[in-house]
Design a protein around this ligand. Structure first.
Ligand SMILES: [Zn+2]
Length: 470
């Protein structure tokens, strides 16, 4: 049973989708004002694993990742480059896609541009105005009145580290006193400037605030709320606090129940920022490291923990990956057709799946891949049949993490399902033992008898075949 840490309840909880075998995922995407960096890579690689995990389990995954293509920073950068906003954002979207493609990520089902959903945004703001949860301020902006959302601030608990527990109860009061209502619609202030983009609305020319975009797009694709709403931890406050307040105020059930946040990347205890000149772009990383090394490195820290970025650790991941590849290169695994399951495979698969089921514990999953490669190496030349199957398992499990994707191999059997089906597993183990017996490979046949014995399964050998009983 999969358990995920839910930022909304601050607990690890059993995860269940709302609709049978359908997983709806919304991840806050990139604001395209600059090149994507290692923080983006970490977040999107993690959600790529979430998608792969559910796909492997035969779920239909609907994955929406928005692109913010209008924003103050984009306008500033476009001005700096003396380009129109549209031209600049189009160019940066191309660059973003180039970078994310270089990470071998599965494409989202939908990648909506904010500027194509202005109608939906206006519709949502209007409804919030009708409900008197939003109001038009003196300067013409439409603002969300946080005092109308009684739990405002509780979701992110953004100040929980600074104050004692009693303060958590007082967070909503704190915010209401502060009067920090946030913008839903920004009215055009200056004279019409050709270089800026504005849309018509019932409240005059303007453009949407950042938070309302995600609420409106979420409602468009998932009117009953997505199963998981995710993003980087830096979005928890104010972005997700505000999104949640808007969505619930708009329509109670239009908000996700599970909120999942990926930890920050830090450098020597400081945040990644332009002013500190410590931004590491995906482009830089891909120039010096393969995608498998990069993924292995990022996934070796649990997604919720802050990751202290150190190039020396990246190099040690590179060394581990080289060792795993040196094992893989010993085999020609493309022709394996997967008909039986060995006890060793089952052991590794179970450990691996348990790690992922425990709030996507990828550091453990990565270490299992490495252990498996070392185990294969220790077997080298001893049992070619088993070795090949284990190599296949290594690749297969690696694929869960989006690693070893360059190896194309035929999945002739759903290894995972069959591994969970113990009857199937025992039957196949027995078949394999019979095969060994027919070939007079008595040692190998005895090995299996012993393994089955440990599982409290006893074998009754007849002249031609074996039967088993519990
Ligand atoms: Zn968002």
């Amino acid at each position: 049973m999969l358990k995920i840490f839910n930022s909304a309840t601050k607990k690890k909880e059993k995860f269940q989708v709302k609709k049978n075998k359908c997983m709806n995922l919304y991840v806050c995407g990139v604001t395209v004002y600059d090149l994507c960096h290692v923080g983006h890579a970490r977040t999107f690689i993690f959600f790529d694993i979430v998608v792969r995990y559910f796909k492997f389990l035969d779920y239909k995954v609907f994955y929406v990742r928005n692109i913010t293509d209008i924003d103050d920073k984009i306008i500033q950068c476009a001005k700096k480059f003396k380009q129109s906003i549209k031209k600049y954002s189009t160019r940066m979207i191309k660059e973003m896609k180039k970078d994310l493609n270089s990470l071998n990520l599965l494409l989202p089902t939908k990648e909506p541009l904010i500027t194509e959903y202005i109608f939906e945004i206006i519709f949502m703001i209007q409804k919030l105005l009708n409900k008197k949860i939003a109001y038009i301020s003196e300067n013409g902006d439409v603002l969300f009145k946080i005092s109308k959302f009684k739990d405002y601030g509780k979701f992110s608990q953004c100040f929980s580290n600074l104050f004692n527990k009693n303060f958590l109860q007082k967070i909503p009061v704190f915010f209401q006193k502060k009067n920090i209502d946030f913008v839903l619609w920004k009215l055009q202030k200056k004279k019409k400037n050709e270089k800026e983009i504005f849309w018509n609305s019932p409240w005059g020319l303007g453009r949407p605030g950042w938070h309302i975009e995600c609420s409106a797009i979420n409602y468009k694709f998932f009117p009953d709320g997505a199963d998981i709403h995710g993003g980087g931890i830096d979005l928890l406050f104010p972005h997700h606090e505000n999104e949640r307040a808007q969505s619930i105020s708009f329509q109670k059930n239009s908000c996700a129940y599970f909120w999942v946040h990926v930890g920050m990347i830090i450098f020597n205890n400081s945040k990644m920022s332009k002013s500190l000149k410590n931004i590491v772009t995906i482009r830089y990383l891909r120039k010096y490291y393969t995608v498998d090394v990069l993924k292995y490195y990022l996934l070796s820290t649990h997604y919720r923990r802050p990751l202290n970025f150190l190039e020396k650790n990246l190099i040690s991941s590179k060394n581990i990956m080289n060792r795993i590849y040196s094992v893989l290169n010993l085999y020609n695994f493309s022709k394996v057709s997967f008909k039986i399951i060995f006890i060793e495979q089952k052991k590794f698969i179970n450990l691996f799946m348990k790690a992922l089921e425990n709030d996507f514990n990828t550091p453990k999953a990565c270490s299992i891949l490495y252990k498996l490669s070392k185990y294969i190496k220790s077997l080298y030349g001893k049992n070619f049949f088993l070795e090949k199957y284990l190599v296949f398992t290594l690749l297969y499990l690696g694929n869960f993490l989006g690693i070893f994707l360059k190896f194309s191999f035929k999945k002739s059997l759903n290894i995972f399902q069959n591994c969970l089906d113990s009857k199937y597993y025992i039957k196949n183990l027995l078949k394999l033992r019979n095969k060994y017996r027919k070939n007079k490979q008595w040692d190998l046949a005895d090995d299996i008898r012993e393994k089955l014995y440990k599982l409290k399964i006893f074998i009754n050998d007849s002249k031609f075949d074996s039967e088993y009983f519990f």
